[in-house]
Design a protein. Structure first.
Ligand SMILES: [Zn+2]
Ligand SMILES: [Zn+2]
Length: 275
């Protein structure tokens, strides 16, 4: 891992892959490629975001077995694109844990028989839910699209269905630590409002470009709009069209005073809390 701050490269506190250290006193964020994270709260609750694992070229092989993720307390999907929703229905059924995503995407998952209603609750922007005691999740805006592509088992053909509005998530852990998972998004001015209102400690930010913000737009968002102390870049390196790199992002960030944590797939990051 590289932690970058004020032009210097320094090693942060990081643990290579493995689930063992789930009981430490600080939250842990493990990046599994693209926008998939396995976040473990200081109380040991496990939150999985945008699980595109089995077909994700960046996901380490040991994490392609969905059972190897262990128990999941909260499952979040930002929108209907395959690189975010792919393994989520199977994980929901495997763990008997509800999939929280755009309400209208979930309604169509139920209508299409992908998930039963009890595993596809509905909520939407500014809605706050508490999927497990102590973990609060608020849906916020993302500037993107959200079709839900589903293969009809009768015709064998892919169908595109409405997937609701794409979301980002403000994830508040039991200790008050707030993570903004931006989902897939372009740059928009209300990032400043969202940051002012929710005051995230850490932002998981797409930087790959083409489908989302690229390095330049993401750096503008981080520096001028959001101003959270910690940023982890995501959504790069897995699709040849999304060419943005962490080095390019860092080139726009190095005099910002904001800590940029670049993770390797499978790596665990432990933020040092000042609270
Ligand atoms: Zn997308
Ligand atoms: Zn995506």
């Amino acid at each position: 891992m590289k932690t970058m701050r004020n032009g210097a490269l320094a090693l942060g506190l990081a643990l290579m892959a493995g689930w063992a250290a789930a009981q430490s006193a600080a939250p842990q964020l493990q990046w599994l490629g693209q926008s998939a994270f396995r976040i473990t709260s200081s109380a040991g609750k496990v939150i999985v975001t945008d699980p595109w694992l089995r077909a994700n070229p960046l996901t380490p092989s040991q994490f392609k077995n969905l059972e190897a993720l262990g128990k999941i307390d909260v499952l979040l999907v930002s929108h209907g694109h395959t690189d975010h929703v792919a393994d989520a229905p199977d994980l929901a059924k495997l763990n008997n844990v509800p999939l929280y995503g755009p309400g209208d995407m979930n309604a169509n998952m139920v209508a299409l028989g992908i998930l039963p209603p009890q595993l596809a609750p509905r909520f939407n922007k500014s809605g706050t839910v508490e999927p497990t005691p102590g973990i609060k999740v608020t849906a916020v805006r993302a500037e993107h699209s959200s079709p839900l592509v589903w293969r009809n088992s009768v015709t064998g053909k892919d169908e595109s269905h409405a997937g609701g509005e794409p979301l980002g998530f403000i994830i508040e852990l039991e200790d008050g630590f707030k993570i903004w998972h931006m989902g897939d998004t372009g740059l928009f001015g209300d990032m400043k409002f969202i940051a002012d209102y929710y005051k995230p400690d850490m932002v998981l930010m797409p930087i790959g470009g083409n489908f989302t913000m690229g390095p330049k737009e993401a750096a503008y968002a981080a520096r001028e709009l959001v101003r959270a102390p910690h940023v982890i870049p995501m959504h790069y390196g897995a699709n040849p069209l999304a060419k943005g790199t962490p080095d390019q992002f860092w080139g726009f960030m190095k005099d910002s005073g904001i800590q940029v944590h670049v993770l390797k797939p499978g790596e665990v990051f432990v933020p040092v809390l000042k609270k």
